[in-house]
Design a protein around this ligand. Sequence first.
Ligand code: RIB
Ligand code: CA
Length: 316
Amino acid sequence: MPKPRLIIDCDPGHDDAIALILAHRHAEVTGITTVSGNAPLDATTANALMVTALLGADTPVHRGAAKPLVGEPAHAAAVHGESGLGGVARIAHQRRAASDDAVGFLLDAADEALWVVAVGPLTNLALALERDPAWGRRLAGISIMGGSTDIGNVTRVAEFNIFADPEAAARVFDCGARLTMCGLNLTRQLRSDDALAERLRRTDSPLAQFAAQSFDDLHDRLEGLTGVREAALHDPCAVLAITHPELMETHPQAVSVELNGDFTRGMTVVDRRPRPPGGNAARPGADVPNVNVAHSIDAQAAMAVVAKALGVENDA
Ligand code: RIB
Ligand code: CA
């Protein structure tokens, strides 16, 4: 089975970094595009470059949007620190961004065998659609870490990647591409803990040591925020949806992004009503499913894939 070919649009971010490593193990990563999100664009781009240096991969990194379509940038320093990778040791390297034109790279790279895995705010993808409304439909599909079928993590109902640029998210969800959504309802089923960090610490490789430090840093912050030394592996789920689809259960559902609600802006409004056997035809005017929404993951098998990709042996 040939490896899927993909571009990752990201805002590293600890979990973005793990997703980049996982993707390089199980896919042909033709490029990385960066966006402002967990941290400002300069930081997310620097972090993406550092991960490619750690991997020894010559994957081009293209800088993208420094702010959302509307309003000012939102960041997640409480979780990811000002640097986007908290206090994780920096690795010296000579990597430089390939361009400042992530959108042009996404447009030029599009073909029917290319997936885009979007694990940050969707600004770059929306700007690509602004220049070519058919862009999404020219791809194999888009796997999104974003949204939720139930609760949010920024507000009661909004998840960070969608909340950070709701107008962009609405444009992507309405673009007609083949979409998979790995929302918080799914990603919180795949959790890292100190046992994983310890197994990585005992693994003699720079990549495993980087991952161990990343989990320690993330767990320290989350312990302060939640009282629990665990982290949902949000972004790796969007990679697994493409590289290991057999580990997930998805359902086609209608999903819209709320833009105007005083309490609900940035919410992914998922139609979870049971669909009559006859499909929508039996209920005229019903919302037509536009997204494959992920609802469950085989967390044990998925964690074994992630751990092995990070260098831990005998975990598969
Ligand atoms: O809500 C989780 C998402 O926001 C993840 O992509 C994480 O990296 C942050 O960007
Ligand atoms: Ca992210």
